[in-house]
Design a protein around this ligand. Structure first.
Ligand code: SF4
Length: 169
């Protein structure tokens, strides 16, 4: 299945309750042959409004930290573990994550990345696959709020940049 086909399935999806309050499905964006995928928790209000991932405050923060490490946002594929906004931006429930995971698995299979960065607790539900390196870190929205989280996030994005250079990505 192509990325585009997965996106159309997400736009029409009714497999869990989250679509009910959403304006847009947010499949993610980035090159179809990206070497790096970033996976967050869920689209927030701005993402829901625009149908694009990480375009609100935490998205601007993410862009800044990527740029500080010499990583172009346009070169990576950015998505989240669930594709519709949650009520009051709450953490997705286990049944919502389970319902949505097949889309993420199809996206990973279509893109075939070398490195996947899991941002926040929810993203850790991503199934691991041989041949892919995984980097776990905190969510950018937590990094924006707490100094300790900020240090951790920046450290892991630095680690990502180092691995990308070593692998010549
Ligand atoms: S969050 Fe995922 S499973 Fe739930 S309705 Fe949206 S696309 Fe479907």
């Amino acid at each position: 299945m192509t990325l585009e086909e997965v996106s159309y399935q997400i736009y029409a999806c009714r497999k869990c309750r989250l679509w009910q309050d959403a304006k847009h499905g947010v499949p993610g964006e980035g090159p179809s042959e990206a070497k790096v995928m970033l996976i967050g928790q869920n689209p927030g209000a701005t993402e829901d409004e625009l149908g694009r991932p990480f375009v609100g405050r935490s998205g601007r923060f993410l862009n800044m930290v990527l740029a500080e490490n010499g990583i172009k946002r346009e070169a990576v594929f950015i998505t989240s573990i669930v594709k519709h906004v949650s009520p009051q931006n709450r953490k997705p429930l286990p049944d919502e994550v389970a319902a949505c995971l097949p889309y993420l698995i199809q996206q990973i299979s279509a893109i075939n990345p070398r490195i996947v960065v899991l941002m926040g607790e929810s993203a850790k539900a991503t199934p691991r696959q041989d041949g892919i390196e995984y980097i776990e870190t905190v969510h950018p929205s937590a990094a924006m709020r707490f100094k300790k989280m900020d240090d951790k996030f920046r450290g892991k994005i630095g680690e990502l940049a180092k691995r990308m250079a070593e692998l010549n990505l």
